[in-house]
Design a protein around this ligand. Sequence first.
Ligand SMILES: Nc1ncnc2c1ncn2[C@@H]1O[C@H](COP(=O)(O)OP(=O)(O)OP(=O)(O)O)[C@@H](O)[C@H]1O
Length: 262
Amino acid sequence: MSDTSRPLLEVDGVTLQYKTKEHLITATYRVDFNVYQADRFVLLGPSGCGKSTLLKAVGGYLTPTEGQIRLKGKTVGGPGPDRMMVFQEFDQLPPWKTVKQNVMFPLLASGKLKGRAAEEKAMQYIELVKLAAFADHYPHQLSGGMKQRVAIARGMAMEPDILLMDEPYAALDALTRRKMQDELLLLGQDTRFTLLFVTHSIEEAVKIGTRILLLSPHPGQVTAELNSSGADTRDANGVLLSERINSILFSEPVETEEANHA
Ligand SMILES: Nc1ncnc2c1ncn2[C@@H]1O[C@H](COP(=O)(O)OP(=O)(O)OP(=O)(O)O)[C@@H](O)[C@H]1O
């Protein structure tokens, strides 16, 4: 039985820096947060506060200069199949590969599975995202939402502990963005994946997140951690929450709220 009281991901006093020839840039300063199983954990803050840098560090592409990142209690030392970045710019799905071939690709490329076993695993996740009828279609034959589901199936087929997404909807029009967010939430309900999601949109954070970490402007420091009940900025709870986030982001008091993980 999995221990749901223990965090899946622990980010503990993490300072992240970039060294260039002339400068040492501190992107985040002593950031702490914990992500639990099935959380949709959102990193929210203004441009340049270090959200993407944090995601890269969780991905193992950047080593903290201070602090530690642990997944299931083990220090993250580099990229690994236990953390899958879900790329969603649609050109990230090679157009010459079918849905099935796209989902099989990381399984084959990583050597995790071969041949028939990779195909079966891919189909298992294609069915989960309800695209079995489209397994032999090419990306250009799919809608944006369907392509998103392929990208998620591709990440999930690797059976990672956590999915990482960096502003996946930033370039989309408002209507498409809303549709994609709805699809992501439905998938979350069906599969209970654990998600670490970066955005600078308060509206998106309120909608997507079960928990929201607010970061101050550069260098990013935690200003608050809030629970979100999947409210929408169109309903009363969501409006209240987004107003609260607004006031915290713009006044920046340090505030903490313990999440309910009893
Ligand atoms: N490769 C790099 N080399 C040097 N500095 C970098 C590099 N990448 C990011 N930075 C700097 O680190 C800081 C944090 O950048 P980061 O991209 O993580 O912020 P962000 O919150 O994701 O911003 P945005 O919302 O605009 O994507 C910024 O000051 C940025 O200029």
